[in-house]
Design a protein around this ligand. Structure first.
Ligand code: ADP
Length: 278
């Protein structure tokens, strides 16, 4: 018996030692993660400041009397600077989310107006003459116009998904379909779909989409700038709003990103909806 007790004691000691080692390793991992996030935050700040200076002076140049060549160069500088700023923003958001430091800031906003605004902004930046895309918002009549949520983050989710839909569609339509799932005194659950008629995504790549730095194929990413972080951030933001996101897609026919978001009811008076846009 005493031999067994001795063995058991030794075993317990070994376990204790292992658990202590694990605890130290965990602590070190948490600390190195914290340092990584801190480093990314510092770098982002350091890079953003000069980029904003470049952008500011570029905008001044755009107002000058430039010839057509010069104007093209300056426009390209402005566009590239904007792309870099967006990339830095993505990296910063990603590190904030990883560090669990992204905090939602709820306020009252009009979801329908936001969708219109996102369409408007993206169509002026992403639509060009060789694309023929109808942008179609469609809300079911029971969706409240006003909700309470983090408007900036909801706009970011919509901009990422609708932006991708427009980027990867040559002709046809990009539709945002909004439905009410449930409504109680404390919570409004809304389901949204962003449906495009574009390139689609091969089924073998679907499960990688929400993983960091994934791009469906390298030739696509060469044509369309991006960090491969957009959908990762989008998914995390949706989850932080107690929602989920899924995708179905068919190559050559288009994709459907469907997701849900939970809001609080807005204090703003509920005006009846105007006639639907389309
Ligand atoms: P990025 O920020 O680089 O656009 P995302 O995470 O938003 O990265 O998207 C990752 C990749 O998923 C894109 O590079 C693209 O290949 C593919 N993708 C995303 N949305 C669509 C879509 N609507 N249609 C086709 N491919 C898409």
């Amino acid at each position: 018996i005493s031999q067994t007790t001795k063995e058991a004691r030794e075993h317990a000691l070994q376990l204790e030692e292992k658990s202590a080692q694990l605890h130290i390793a965990n602590k070190e991992a948490t600390e190195s993660n914290r340092l990584k996030s801190q480093f990314l935050a510092n770098i982002s700040h350091e890079v953003r400041t000069p980029l904003n200076a470049i952008l500011g002076y570029t905008k001044l140049l755009q107002k000058d009397q430039l010839n057509l060549h010069q104007l093209t160069y300056v426009d390209t500088i402005a566009q590239s600077t904007n792309n870099l700023l967006a990339t830095i923003g993505d990296i910063l958001d990603f590190s904030k989310i990883e560090a669990g430091k992204l905090v939602l800031e709820p306020s009252d906003f009009n979801l329908q107006e936001m969708i219109d605004e996102v369409f408007h902004t993206l169509s002026s930046t992403l639509l060009n003459d060789d694309k023929a895309i109808d942008l179609i918002p469609s809300y079911s009549a029971d969706v409240p116009a006003w909700v309470k949520g983090d408007a900036i983050r909801v706009r970011q989710i919509l901009t990422n998904l609708v932006g991708n839909a427009i980027k990867f569609t040559q002709n046809g339509s990009v539709q945002v379909v909004v439905n009410l799932t449930s409504k109680t005194e404390h919570a409004i659950e809304i389901s949204l779909q962003v449906i495009d008629t574009g390139l689609g995504i091969p089924s073998s790549k679907l499960n990688q989409l929400f993983k960091p730095f994934s791009q469906v194929d390298p030739s696509r990413s060469r044509n369309f700038s991006g960090t491969g972080l957009g959908l990762v951030i989008t998914k995390k933001l949706i989850e932080q709003m107690n929602g989920t996101i899924q995708v179905s897609s068919e190559e050559g026919r288009g994709s459907n990103f469907y997701f849900s978001l939970t809001f609080k009811p807005s204090d703003k008076a509920e005006a009846p909806l105007p006639a639907l846009h389309k």
